[in-house]
Every structure is written in C-alpha cells, then in structure tokens.
Design a protein around this ligand. Structure first.
Ligand code: GDP
Length: 174
C-alpha cells in the first residue's frame, strides 16, 4: 500500500472554531469547553483513501497565535494543504481571511512553485445571527485563489469530513 504524509495547516482568526474543527475531525467530538494549549498544536489522522492508498494527515493548529495575523515561516514549511476558516457571525473574521491567504502565499509554496491548495471554510452555520452571505463567500473564494469553499458547522458536524476529503483530494491530484 502506498503511504502519503500530508502536512495541513488550519489558520484564521481566534475563536472561529479551528481547534473545535480538528477535535471534531480527529476525535469525532464537539466539546464546548474544549480548548487546546497555547502555541502550535498537532493532531494526526490516518485515512484509508483507497485500496492502494493510505494517507497520514499531520494537522497543525495555530492555537492562540492568531493575534499576530502573520505566522512564522517555519509554521508554513512543508505544508501541502491549508484550511482558512472564519465565523459566519463575525464579519471581521471573514475580512481577515484575505490576510491569512496572503500570508500563506507569501511564505509557502509547493516544491513546483505553485501556491498551496487552500479551502475556505465558513463555520458556525448553525447560528441564526449570520452576518456573511453565501454570495460574498463565493465571490471572495473565487477572487482569492481558493480551491473551493464550504459552509460548515463543527457543532452540528455538518461538512467537516467532506471539507477535509475535498482538500485531500486536491492534494492527491497536484
Ligand atoms: P479557535 O480559537 O479558532 O480554535 O476556536 P475554538 O475551537 O476554540 O472555538 C471558539 C468557540 O466557538 C468555542 O466556544 C466553540 O465551542 C465555538 N464553536 C466552534 N465551532 C462552532 C460551531 O460550528 N457552531 C457554534 N455555535 N459554535 C462553535
């Protein structure tokens, strides 16, 4: 069986749900009080992609460093995929995605010089006080070079696995 190891980053403003997303994806749980320690956190997830292919995901969460908006190059080094996340009830976190994507593109690229496949995730779609429209997410995603975008709810477990599958699929096809 072929085995791949993919480093994937999860970036975005604080409180948008990055740690909850990884906790849900890796451990299948949503825990309101769950909070990882400060600094970069790692999780591992093993995917049986096909009969012939096994993928080990090395997931990096920036936990607590969001205030800098700009990350150390070391954090981006070797990454093959990225999730940029915002909170649909928080327009500031949506506007920040432009900076997060620029920071990524400035500091990281694939060995062939292309930019790293990146998906835009609009989290907390379960909440009624939504403040960012689907149309603006779509336009922003297309204008800023994202592979795709998805509306998700980590709380309701909506589109979490789907989003990661979509990203892994993109990395596999590079
Ligand atoms: P991070 O700072 O980006 O890692 O965000 P956290 O994962 O710590 O989440 C911040 C807060 O948002 C926590 O109170 C989570 O319980 C909550 N949260 C995360 N995802 C969702 C979601 O899909 N819906 C709702 N309603 N709350 C969420």
């Amino acid at each position: 069986m072929n085995e791949h190891l993919f480093k994937i980053l999860v970036i975005g403003d604080g409180e948008v749900g990055k740690s909850s997303f990884l906790h849900r994806y890796v451990n299948g749980q949503f825990n309101k009080t769950y909070k990882m320690t400060m600094g970069v956190d790692y999780s591992l997830k093993l995917l049986y992609w096909s009969d012939k292919e096994k993928v080990r995901l090395h997931l990096w969460d920036i936990a607590g460093q969001e205030r800098f908006i700009s990350m150390n190059r070391i954090y981006y080094k070797g990454a093959l995929g990225c999730v940029v996340m915002f909170d649909v009830t928080n327009p500031t976190s949506f506007r920040s995605c432009r900076h997060w994507k620029q920071d990524l593109d400035n500091k990281a690229m694939l060995p062939n010089g292309d930019s790293i496949p990146c998906i835009l995730l609009a989290n907390k779609c379960d909440l009624a006080q939504r403040a960012v429209t689907t149309d603006s997410i779509k336009r922003f995603s297309e204008a800023n070079g994202f592979v795709t975008w998805m509306e998700i709810s980590v709380k309701e477990n909506m589109n979490v696995g789907e989003a990661m599958r979509r990203l892994v699929q993109e990395i596999m096809s590079v």
